[in-house]
Write a protein of this length. Sequence first.
Length: 230
Amino acid sequence: MDNAQLDAVSAVLGAIAASASVGAGEAVKDMTKGAITGTRDRLVALVRGRLKKDPVGDAKLTVYAAEPTPANGQALKGHLVEAGVGDDQDILALARNLLTAAGPAALAPGSVAATIIKQVNKDGGTGFIGGQHVHHHGARAVANVDWDLFRLEGDGYELRNTGTTTARDVTITANVDLAWPTPPDQEMPPGSSVLFSCAPSLADPSPVLTVICTAAGAPGRQRWQRPLPR
């Protein structure tokens, strides 16, 4: 996979993923770990500037930067497209530079970045893979569970299953106290949602919600995490 052939959205997702594992010193070569981390921080800041009118997208960027996985990349991708990241040449150049600094292994088959880029494009994206421009416009091949989190009035929030299959054995936790008008169900069909409220104190950490569930056709338990939108 040649990073010079990546579109901006794929390059951003790949660069953030590749630089998150910068501890592999052999791949860093002549750049220090601190320099790559600094470049990564500048890239995230530029992308965040594009998302300044999209608090949900901004929250998903925070999660992806902390935990770059195919699922988190898929959740973020649409926000990057809507924010016009694909047309931002400064972001594209910085993302490609970051991939180059991370070394050839950053986009090698089986690498975290390559896996994320391929998975995101397979699940409905458009990008350059292996020097070819690949389009995928169809629906996902298998039913999936996906989530979105919305801020309501006051301290209220809504968690909604935006996927195409029922989430089973659902557990919802957070690093702060949550209040539930009614206890959440352990099964949530597509389109269903649950309401809760959260009023953290100044001493509490930034609130982050974690959802763990199982889905038909997916191995094991799926984990989804998002900061509460401001």
